[in-house]
Design a protein around this ligand. Structure first.
Ligand code: NAD
Ligand code: UD1
Length: 310
């Protein structure tokens, strides 16, 4: 483990703040760069002596360079995480989600950093692999600006690997859920929205027929993988799916939430969202070849952990 701080972009967000907690617990120093567009300082243990939170935008190349100075590795999570937000604002999303990645790559090249973990997405597959298990070689079909920016970021990271010796560990996260996923925006993750509304007795909106599926991964299971990638002696080329070969329809998810809360509020049905993916189930073969994966958290246990925070 290096004594130099780990730079976590987007570290005040849902996934980032859990990673920061884990890094601090393992003795790392951590520098967070976040523009607080969806992240919150309250997600972080701000008084911690090994944590620095720096407000800034990854789309600002000068700021990225300044903040990276003296760091040993990077975890690049900063992005507009909502697929729908990218449909509404492709230009603004592109600045954060693609230019931000390029700025991180350039600053790493200039400063001689090598190891970077990157949060790509299952969205890069679009609707390919429908009815099948999606492995990393499934053809890519980005349907939205969000997906296109993630796929372009992957290609740039791979260019910097070949040309400049970066060691990118590229992960295609499927649907991650858990405490601190912000339920207040309609563009947040579906589990955080549904559980909060169930807890408050507010109507739930279901887009489409509810038969769309997602491969949901509990946050703690993801964090264990990210720590291994940060510390691995080497990173093999090629992106890695982070999904568990389990798919759950939204209708089934609502049944699970109903069982937990002893019933559901009114469920209002609306048309499917544009660019929404129908089916999503990951092959976890490569993930298990490269990383140790303890027994994944069952959905009922993951949902139960939200009861306290909903
Ligand atoms: P989040 O919105 O909680 O976290 C994103 C963080 O990035 C926030 O703290 C936000 O303020 C920050 N940010 C956004 N734009 C920024 C910018 N231009 N400059 C600096 N900071 C900026 O979402 P999350 O779920 O924690 O997502 C983290 C990463 O994982 C994102 O890259 C997202 O695309 C990716 N991802 C998430 C999921 C999921 O299911 N949650 C799945 C696939 C990929
Ligand atoms: C999510 C992530 C995205 C990631 C992708 C990878 C978020 C906000 N989005 O996108 O970053 O790249 O997984 O697979 O974390 N839905 C409803 N009602 C609601 C909200 C959502 O029916 O109130 C539906 C959506 O239409 C969709 C499903 O739930 O069919 C999942 O939506 P969402 O949680 O936004 O995730 P993805 O779009 O899969």
């Amino acid at each position: 483990m290096s004594d130099l701080p780990v730079l976590v972009t987007g570290g005040a967000g849902f996934i980032g703040s859990h990673l920061v907690d884990a890094l601090l617990a393992r003795g790392y120093s951590v520098r967070v760069l976040d523009n607080l567009s969806s992240g919150k300082p309250d997600n972080l243990p701000l008084g911690h002596s090994r944590l620095e939170l720096i407000e800034g935008n990854v789309a600002d190349a000068v700021r990225v360079r300044e903040v990276m100075a003296g760091c040993g590795a990077v975890v690049h999570l900063a992005a507009v995480a909502s697929v729908q937000a990218s449909v509404i604002d492709p230009v603004g999303t592109h600045r954060s989600n693609f230019i931000g990645t390029l700025n991180v790559c350039e600053a790493m090249r200039e400063q001689g950093l090598r190891r970077v973990l990157f949060a790509s997405s299952a969205a890069v597959y679009g609707n390919n692999g429908e009815g099948e298990v999606i492995d990393e070689d499934t053809p890519k079909a980005p349907l939205t600006p969000y997906a296109a920016d993630k796929l372009a970021s992957e290609h740039y990271l791979d260019f910097y690997r070949r040309q400049h010796g970066l060691e990118p560990a590229i992960f295609r996260f499927f649907n991650i859920y858990g405490p601190r996923q912000d339920p207040s925006s309609p563009y947040s993750g579906v589990i955080s929205i549904f559980t909060e509304r169930a807890a408050k007795g507010l109507p739930i909106t279901l887009f489409g027929d509810g038969e769309q599926t997602r491969d949901f991964v509990y946050i703690a299971d993801l964090i264990g993988i990210l720590l291994q990638a940060l510390e691995a002696p080497q990173i093999l080329p090629g992106a890695v799916n982070v999904g568990l070969n389990r798919s759950l329809s939204l209708n089934r998810l609502l049944e699970e939430i109903s069982a937990l809360f002893g019933g559901l509020p009114e469920v209002r049905r609306e048309a499917a969202r544009p660019g929404d993916i129908r089916h999503s189930q990951a092959s976890d073969r490569r993930l298990r070849e490269r990383y140790r994966l303890p027994e994944p958290t069952p959905m009922a246990a993951g949902l139960a952990s939200l009861l306290g925070s909903a």
